[in-house]
Design a binder for this molecule. Structure first.
Ligand code: PHE
Length: 348
């Protein structure tokens, strides 16, 4: 390798001087650097002075390069001075006083918020949360819930079938969370049972402002010695108060579901108008909001689960999370929830 030429040395001292300039933290450092590099005793001046000792043929080029280097160093020095005066040590240093770049923060889906509210109440009331499969067997979704094939009650749940209807075990997307009543009882040979079952359900239906082909439910099941309709009513009354306010009352009206006897439909009094406004956007003047189906678990189902129906009784309930969310959040079209529109979701 050939020895470094005088021109190489200019480049080396230029680079080193620039590096040291970057380390300058304040105006004292800058001044020290200026004296050391550009001052009368500085390195640039020293190089100029040494020019006479160089071979004559490179003196001209050497002088030119030193002058260029001096100009670069002078402008670097000015930049550094300006930066230090405005609080920047170098142009790409972090300025902690500038506003940050906003990052998009995620949030909980409005249905998740309400599902959690519902489950929080039932957790406080002693229910354990469990989940079941969304792809269900015909027998769990229907047969074991006393909804035989061809029974007119099947019309209550239009179904997405997943395989041939005449194959051995028909599979479907569950139409409600009630199958988990059966699954849980089969897995637990002895009561007491107190469970809350959240989960998605699917219905093969045309959609409109109050119907969607996918919905969430929360199912309740309580089995024990001596459970009565009064326990169902008390549980739902307390749930309604914690969800909708301490003044709320519930009303039960007779209804039919094949897996309960008696079956009821449960409504709360309107928390918006107390029934006083004829054109109330929530209850439409009726004063009542129908929220869920419920009832006493049919004794056949208790027996099929292997429990003695003369000893054990129980209640079950099933509620639609979207329906409750709409009421709480003032949403008038259920289809908004799963349409994935950011403008809708970011309101919550
Ligand atoms: N599973 C019923 C439905 O989806 C609701 C229900 C659950 C009714 C439990 C009674 C008891 O419509």
């Amino acid at each position: 390798m050939s020895e470094a030429t005088p021109l190489d040395m200019i480049k080396t001292s230029l680079d080193q001087a620039k590096q040291r300039l970057e380390l300058a933290q304040d105006s004292d450092d800058l001044e020290a650097w200026r004296l050391e590099v550009l001052g009368r005793q500085g390195s640039v001046t020293a190089m100029m002075r040494g020019i006479g000792e160089l071979p004559p043929e490179i003196r001209k080029e050497f002088g030119k390069q030193v002058n260029l280097a001096r100009k670069q160093l002078e402008s670097a020095y000015e930049d550094a001075t300006a930066n230090i005066n405005t609080g920047n040590h170098s142009s790409d240093a972090l300025d902690a006083t500038l506003p940050g770049t906003p990052t998009l923060r995620g949030g909980l889906h409005p249905i998740t918020v309400v599902r959690r509210q519902i489950l929080d109440v039932f957790t406080r009331l002693g229910f354990t949360t469990v989940e079941g499969p969304e792809v269900e067997q015909d027998s769990y979704n229907f047969g074991k819930l006393r909804i035989p094939a061809d029974h007119p009650a099947r019309d209550m749940w239009d179904t997405f079938w997943l395989n041939e209807q005449n194959s051995d075990e028909k599979l479907l997307l569950r139409t409600h969370t009630s199958p988990m009543q059966i699954r849980y009882m089969e897995d637990h040979p002895t009561p007491p049972i107190r469970i809350a079952v959240p989960g998605r359900c699917y219905r093969y239906e045309a959609t409109d402002a109050t119907h969607e082909w996918m919905l969430e439910q929360v199912e309740l099941l309580a089995i024990d010695k001596g459970i009565t309709l009064a326990n169902l009513k008390g549980t739902l009354q307390e749930w309604a108060r914690q969800m909708f306010g301490a003044k709320r009352k519930i009303m039960m009206r007779h209804s039919y579901f094949p897996f309960v006897e008696p079956g009821v439909e449960v409504a709360i009094d309107c928390f918006k108008c107390d029934g006083s406004e004829r054109d109330c956007g929530i209850c439409r003047g009726s004063g009542w909001l129908e929220l869920l189906g419920a009832g006493m678990v049919h004794p056949d189902i208790i027996r099929d689960a292997g429990y003695d129906p003369t000893i054990y009784t129980g209640f079950a309930a099933g509620m639609g999370v979207e329906r409750i969310a709409m009421v709480l959040q003032g949403v008038t079209d259920i289809r908004h929830y799963h349409s994935n529109r950011f403008s809708f979701l970011s309101q919550f």
